[in-house]
Structure formats: C-alpha cells, structure tokens
Design a protein around this ligand. Structure first.
Ligand code: UDP
Ligand code: MG
Length: 318
C-alpha cells in the first residue's frame, strides 16, 4: 500500500464527508493505493456514525473509536500502530489542511528520500491566539532547544516514512514535537513544505491558550528526556555533588574562622548567628535531595512500565 492517511478527530462531524470525498478524489486521480484511518478521540457528536457510513461506502476508509477523549497524541499513536502504508500522512479533520498537498508530500518522501516532511502554514487562517507572536516564540524555542530547523512544529499535516512512525512513541501531548522525537530516534533527513492553510469551516478549535503553556513545559521535558532521559544521575548527581561540596566547604569555613578567632582571643559570634551557616545547611540538604532524585530516576528507568495507554471501543476494516 502506498499511503496511510491518519486523521485524529474530536467532534468534527460536519467536516468528515467533505474531507473524505476530497481525499478519495486526490487518491484516485493519482492512482494511489491507500487507507484512511479516522481516529475518533471520544467525540460526542455524530462523528462515529458518519465514519461508519463512510466506511460502508469505501473499504479504504477505516476507523478507530476511543472510549473517551484521550487527546490528539494518543489518537496519532493508535493510528500509527495500525498504519500499513509505505508513506504515512497525518492531517487534521477540520478541513484546515488540504488533501491536494498529499501527492507532493508523498513524492518528497519517496523520491527525495526524506524521513519526515512537515507542513508549514506560512500564511495562517487561525484565531489570533494561535497566530503571530506566541506561535513564533513557541517555534523559536523549539528550534533552539531541539536543533530541528522547522518553522511550524505544530502543523497537523505531515508525511513520514513508515519506519519513522513505527520507531517513535508519541505520548502525553508530544504530537507537537514529533519531528524532535524522530530526530532523537535517529532520523535526520527532516524537511519542510509550505502548505495551504484554510480557515476552519465548521466547529471550533479544540486547543486554547493552554497549548502554549503546555507546549513550553513539554519542550523542557523533551529537552531533558533527549539529553538525560537515559542517564538522569548525570544531571541530578552533578548538581547534587556541587551543592553538597558548597555546603561542606562553607561549614569548614565557618568552623575554621570560629576556631581561629577563639584561639587568638578575638571576640566571636555563635555559629548559628552566622548567615553562612544557613546557606551551608540548605546547600547540603538540597545537594542530598538532588542526588537522591538522580538515584530514583535511575531506578525508575530500570522498571518497565507496560501500562495500557488508551482503550479502544470499536474498529472498522482493521
Ligand atoms: N483533536 C483530537 N483530540 C483532541 C483535540 C483535537 O483528535 O483532544 C483533533 C481535532 O479534531 C482536529 C485536530 O486534532 O482534527 C486539530 O485540532 P484543532 O483543529 O482544534 O487545532 P488547531 O487547528 O486549532 O491547532
Ligand atoms: Mg484546526
């Protein structure tokens, strides 16, 4: 199979028929063998009924329905697990991403040998919240932290080689950083294509301003995980030892000065009246804590966690 199109959705009933016929039109025009996997991320409108109808008419349309809303990242994870195509395309369900971009994205992966091609909504038609400054800042921070040179990390329209999606784990809300996950997994040929973007036709955006706060926190996590995820002791241990040494030396200094003054008959103050005493104490305590955090990290790392991440209610054609 040439292409798997993965579409996560939450309450996008109105868009689905239009999106599906647009995709099939493009696929047929280029003679692609394909599958479309809709992942219904706990919709409460008629999205699932619509997917059922669409899949009745066309065997290439497949569906996964979550028991409840787990988030876009989990939906993508479920889709990636099932995808069979050589090239995997992800796109949003809200008609903001254009299926007309798919053939070119496909060519970039198959002919130009890109591991991953990310869409770039150079001209955006989103709410003011998602546009402009916060978005630029967000992408700048992501570029600086990860070293992946993309202008639009969060674009829903992306194309992947099959090996890429089978070798990365999209967890939490990490769908914003799939290119970084790919890079950390060893896939380095990451490209970008300017894509057409349209205003949302039906419904409303599912992410508010919180996307930036969560996004920045996730960025710190991903930086930490990629650098120290496999060796937390190197970060916490280093800081811990440093803090402890500072505390230890300060203690020596305090006692040394005290003894010196005593032995030469100078006037002297109580150790507890010396501000340095408290700094020394705190430094040693924090140092020990950091060291312990490093140890705990290493122990957790060695404990496999096979917990189920989401529960699927129904599947069609899979
Ligand atoms: N989405 C989802 N689960 C969620 C939130 C969103 O599957 O919990 C889907 C949504 O239906 C859409 C895509 O993710 O297909 C992008 O969401 P949206 O258009 O609201 O984001 P924006 O375009 O505002 O960034
Ligand atoms: Mg959208």
């Amino acid at each position: 199979m040439n292409i798997s199109i993965i579409i996560p959705l939450l309450n996008e009933q109105e868009s689905l028929p239009e999106l599906t016929s647009w995709i099939t039109k493009v696929m047929d025009a280029h003679n692609f063998s394909y599958e479309v996997i809709f992942i219904d991320d706990g919709s409460t409108d008629g999205s699932w009924q619509t997917i059922q109808q669409l899949s009745d008419e066309n065997q290439n349309i497949k569906g996964i329905r979550f028991l409840r809303n787990y988030g876009k990242s989990q939906a993508l994870h479920a889709g990636f697990a099932k995808a069979q195509g050589d090239v995997i395309i992800t796109m949003d369900a809200d008609l903001q991403d254009s299926p007309d971009e798919i053939p070119e994205l496909f060519a970039m992966v198959t002919e130009e040998n890109y591991d991953l091609v990310s869409g770039w909504k150079k001209k955006r038609y989103d709410s003011v919240v998602a546009k402009n400054l916060p978005s630029k800042l967000f992408n700048w921070a992501a570029r600086k932290t990860s070293g992946v040179e993309l202008n639009d990390f969060n674009c829903g329209l992306k194309a992947y080689k099959k090996t890429v999606i089978k070798n990365i784990e999209v967890s939490g809300e990490m769908h914003r950083y799939i290119p970084v996950l790919a890079k950390n997994a060893g896939f380095s040929k990451i490209g970008e294509k300017v894509v057409l973007h349209q205003a949302r036709k039906y419904g409303e955006s599912k992410f508010g301003m919180s996307r930036f706060i969560n996004g920045f926190l996730d960025l710190i996590t991903i930086w930490f995980l990629s650098k120290y995820g496999k060796r937390p002791m190197h970060l916490f241990g280093a800081f811990g030892v440093l803090m402890f040494i500072i505390g230890f030396l300060s203690t020596f200094l305090i006692i040394g000065v005290k003894l010196f003054r005593l032995s030469f008959g100078y006037e002297t103050i109580l150790v507890t009246s010396n501000p340095l005493f408290y700094i020394a104490l705190t430094a040693m305590i924090i140092g020990t804590q950091l060291f312990l955090a490093g140890f705990l990290g290493e122990i957790i790392l060695r404990t496999k966690n096979n917990e189920e991440r989401y529960k699927i209610a129904t599947e069609i054609n899979l």
